[in-house]
Design a protein around this ligand. Structure first.
Ligand code: TYD
Length: 202
């Protein structure tokens, strides 16, 4: 993957389903905006690309495809996301924060696809300046997901999340600029851990 050559900073949140990424992203967004930064929040899979639309159907279990094809779609969706939204905003000097990126492909995809293939299909993409991993127990995530009361998507099962959790731990060690955040604390305390680190990166 290549380093970010643009003025703006690229920040990624990773974690299990139910880890609290989206709440923490909103809080960080508010914090940075108060400090005068121009921030763009975004998410993968996107809702815009054709690949993103097919992914949604698979996650909702309305369509079945192989794990390899599914992860290839995430990579296609990522390409469109990078060219259509991430890079143009980085060029303008904005802080772009994405809920999930290629590390999700590595951690979730590794369940059924060789990591070497996943690395290959994500090889041309931009490396984030900073990755936050919200570290929560798979059991905590499952109980939060169940409390939401929504129908579970493809990966939102305990055995799967346990597997994904181990994959994340292995894979994130290979990258620099990854910060592990204890996501078992209160929302406020987790936010505090996140903003303590941001100063060095924006
Ligand atoms: P979604 O419900 O959008 O995520 P969240 O629960 O974080 O709001 O579902 C995204 C799912 O897709 C999630 O279970 C992780 C999985 N995923 C992959 O398997 N590979 C990828 O490259 C990405 C971005 C996500």
């Amino acid at each position: 993957m290549r380093k970010n050559p643009y003025k703006g900073k690229f920040i990624v949140f990773e974690g299990l389903d139910g880890s609290g990424k989206s709440v923490q992203m909103e809080l960080l967004d508010r914090f940075l905006k108060k400090g005068g930064f121009d921030v763009v929040l975004t998410k993968e899979p996107t809702m815009d690309s054709r690949a993103g639309k097919t992914i949604r159907l698979v996650l909702e279990r309305k369509k079945k495809i192989s794990p390899k094809k599914l992860q290839a779609l995430y990579s296609q969706d990522r390409k469109a996301h990078l060219t259509g939204l991430i890079m143009p905003n980085l060029k303008k000097g904005k802080v772009v924060i994405s809920d999930r990126y290629c590390f999700s492909s590595f951690a979730y995809g590794s369940m059924g696809v060789p990591l070497s293939y996943l690395l290959k299909i994500n090889d041309k993409f931009l490396l984030p300046d900073l990755v936050y991993f919200i570290n929560t127990n798979p059991e905590t995530c499952i109980s939060r997901i169940e409390k939401r009361g929504k129908k579970k998507t493809l990966f939102e099962y305990k055995e799967k999340l346990e597997n994904v959790y181990q994959n994340y731990k292995k894979i994130l060690k290979k990258f620099k600029n990854v910060i592990i955040i204890d996501g078992e604390k209160s929302i406020k305390e987790t936010h505090r851990q996140i903003i303590k680190k941001i100063i060095n990166y924006v």
